[in-house]
Design a protein. Structure first.
Length: 316
């Protein structure tokens, strides 16, 4: 079942064209919609023809509330204490998701021969969906586009890129003249002091050493040039910048990313960012391990997952 309104409306199996409910039924449904306040961090607003029947009004409200809820969630997606790598990863993930929504809408418009005749219910609703997604894409770019090195598109360019619409009416999406307070980080990198310790929580360091030895035995964690004791020393160090140790990994990056995520609860500061900051970890190919490598290779079911889980659970 597709719960996402953006995907559901353009679904071949359960899309808008399948909805045969009457206007009276939509009148009843309108009273049951879970409303969401206008997002306080919004920068743009839509100027669109008012709906003149209950079906149009129902779907317009449904789309509007979902967009406002999504824009409100930007604050949680991009917390003030996040690192540059974390925000860049989040931005790329969201922009790719909206890219998929826009492509699906464009495909649906062609398949169902949607026109700009807003008197027809399906035309009105899909055109409002189209404008809403262009606005959502624009909001994300405007507020957090500085976290990407990719080209940022204007409203006209978005309409042309996805819908081949070279005559899109930009007045449908207007910038609010006096927007409410929106916290937009303009710096290239958040200014915060990074910790120089991974912060192992347990005073009994022998448990961690035992776990690392088991990981080495079971999943070939390290290359021969690195010892388990060296990795252990680095992980429990009060200041890893004072220790000249290079950790050469033998396992796959997907495995190490998973191991880091499983070990994280037992440390105060073991994160992809702190691992990169330590400048002490090398991949199987000899390159310095970056936070982005760990984020991109994060999977829920790596090789030897069960072995890794059982070994790390020994820290409990």
């Amino acid at each position: 079942m597709i719960k996402d309104i953006f995907s559901r409306l353009t679904s071949i199996t359960s899309g808008l064209h399948k909805d045969k409910r009457t206007d009276n039924e939509f009148q009843l449904l309108l009273s049951e919609i879970k409303k969401h306040q206008k997002a306080s961090n919004t920068i743009f607003e839509i100027k669109f023809k008012r709906p003149l029947n209950y079906k149009k009004e129902y779907y317009r409200n449904l789309i509007y509330y979902e967009v406002e809820k999504t824009i409100s969630s930007f604050r949680e997606e991009f917390p003030n204490n996040a690192t540059l790598h974390e925000n860049s990863y989040t931005y790329t993930f969201l922009i790719n998701k909206y890219d998929k929504y826009l492509q699906d809408i464009a495909k649906y418009i062609i398949q169902k021969e949607i026109t700009t005749n807003l008197n027809e219910d399906i035309n009105y609703i899909i055109n409002y969906l189209k404008v809403s997604l262009i606005r959502l894409y624009t909001e994300l770019q405007e507020q957090y586009g500085h976290y990407s090195d990719n080209h940022l598109y204007t409203i006209s360019e978005i309409a042309e890129k996805y819908f081949n619409d070279i005559s899109f009416d930009n007045s449908l999406i207007e910038k609010i003249q006096e927007p409410q307070q929106v916290v937009i980080q303009k710096t290239s990198k958040p200014k915060r002091k990074l910790k120089t310790s991974f912060g192992f929580k347990d005073r009994d360091h022998s448990k961690l050493l035992s776990v690392l030895k088991n990981l080495q035995f079971r999943v070939d964690l390290l290359q021969n040039r690195t010892t388990v004791e060296e990795l252990h020393k680095l992980l429990i160090a009060n200041d890893f910048t004072q220790i000249n140790i290079q950790i050469h990994l033998q396992c796959e990056t997907t495995q190490f990313s998973y191991i880091v995520s499983k070990l994280k609860p037992y440390f105060n500061g073991l994160t992809p960012t702190s691992i990169e900051f330590s400048d002490s970890f090398k991949t199987k190919t000899g390159t310095t391990l970056k936070a982005n490598n760990l984020y991109k290779n994060k999977v829920h079911n790596p090789k030897e997952k069960e072995e890794i889980d059982n070994i790390i659970n020994q820290l409990q």
